[in-house]
Design a protein around this ligand. Structure first.
Ligand SMILES: Nc1ncnc2c1ncn2[C@@H]1O[C@H](COP(=O)(O)OP(=O)(O)OP(=O)(O)O)[C@@H](O)[C@H]1O
Length: 366
């Protein structure tokens, strides 16, 4: 999968800019705060319909302006796609090949992307929300129907939560809860299944990468845990019982206590929690493996590699892992965008296109 060019208008610190990419390695180099990450954010936003960094689209508009516009030409399976995105006053308009799109699921997953930033360390270090977000974002890319599944689940969750917050009468709440629980069980079970299956694929890929990066004496383990259960069958069998058991507690605490919105993925290195016991370097390498596993899973399922966006991650890795990563991206057809403040880290690579980024302008150097 390829991006050929990107045009920005009033996006972040770019008032107007066009950039043409090569099919191999593209390096965006510049001092801090010049607009390197903003380029990657623009690509990600077009493909995923969301920013990787912020929830409010208004933050993406060039300060003092009223709207932003992005356009890029992509290629996948020898077909060409022009994606456009326009945002103004809380409304966004998306077009593919000049036809308007109504829903994210109509275009997310069409061209895939893997974004790796230093903040991804939070997948290991932060709470369960980050890990659920990680697995859901991967699922959305290979299985766009997961978007509507999640949206339905969130809607049910909100409705049930409103009911629990409003209800003063236990008997009335009980009746209505039965209805919402039935829907929560049906949709929640499908969310759980998707996440278990994807975690297993990640474990297989990531485990292989991890042994390559660290040598075979180290191992890692990913385990999706739903409702406290480590196996999919056990979790699904226990789900209705858990909803029943917790009904009184949910009414009392006025909160939805059971469902995949409370699940987690346990990440272990050599049998111990990576969140609590792994060194910062081990955590970084583990995230690197997770991201490369994402690349491999998408390639396996879609039969083309996604576009890889590496945001200032080279300086975070030691020499050995950096070499491993550079070798990985140099092999076979993986279009990669790398941001860096120091070209020295990547100079040795074959024929990269280098772009100098300075105060919201981009100039191709070689
Ligand atoms: N909505 C906006 N309008 C105008 N400028 C913005 C907007 N949002 C962020 N910026 C500016 O964009 C710049 C940050 O760009 P970016 O994050 O791409 O930097 P970078 O080159 O990747 O830097 P670093 O090497 O520090 O990561 C900052 O100077 C910031 O003030």
């Amino acid at each position: 999968m390829l991006i050929h060019n990107l045009y920005f208008k009033n996006f972040r610190n770019y008032s107007e800019q066009e950039i043409t990419f090569t099919n191999g390695i593209n390096i965006l180099v510049g001092s801090n705060g010049q607009g390197k990450t903003n380029v990657l954010e623009g690509i990600y936003y077009l493909l995923m319909g969301k920013s990787y960094r912020v929830n409010q689209e208004s933050e993406l508009i060039y300060w003092g302006q009223k709207n932003f516009y992005l356009r890029a030409n992509f290629e996948a399976y020898e077909r060409k796609y022009c994606l456009e995105s326009y945002y103004e006053k809380g409304k966004k308009a998306i077009k593919i090949n000049q036809l308007a799109c109504q829903k994210l699921s109509e275009y997310v997953g069409m061209i895939n992307v893997v974004f790796f930033t230093p903040d991804d360390l939070n997948i290991i270090k932060s709470g369960p929300l980050e890990r659920r977000r990680f697995i859901d974002l991967l699922l959305i890319q290979v299985k766009p129907a997961h978007i509507s599944l999640l949206n339905t689940y969130i809607r049910i969750l909100k409705q049930k939560s409103i009911l629990l917050k409003r209800s003063l009468n236990k008997a009335a709440a009980n009746d209505q809860l039965l209805v919402w629980n039935e829907q929560l069980l049906e949709t929640g079970s499908r969310v759980i299944r998707n996440r278990y299956e994807m975690t297993e694929k990640l474990q297989n890929q990531c485990g292989k990468m991890f042994s390559k990066v660290f040598g075979c004496h180290e191992n890692m383990d990913l385990q999706y845990v739903s409702l406290g259960r480590k196996s999919l069958d056990e979790a699904l069998a226990y789900f209705p019982e858990a909803l029943e058991k917790q009904r009184d507690a949910e009414i009392e605490r006025r909160a939805v206590l059971v469902g995949p919105h409370r699940d987690d993925i346990i990440v272990n290195i050599n049998g111990r929690s990576a969140r609590y016991y792994a060194s910062q370097g081990q955590q970084r390498s583990l995230v690197l493996c997770l991201k490369l596993a994402e690349m491999e899973i998408i390639n396996k399922e879609k039969e083309e590699y996604p576009i890889l966006l590496l945001d200032d991650v080279l300086s975070e890795l030691d020499e050995g892992r950096r070499e491993y990563l550079m070798e990985y991206i140099s092999n076979s057809n993986k279009q990669t965008m790398i941001t860096t403040t120091d070209l020295g880290q990547i100079e040795k690579q074959k024929d990269p296109a280098v772009y100098i980024v300075k105060q919201g302008t981009i100039r191709r150097e070689s």
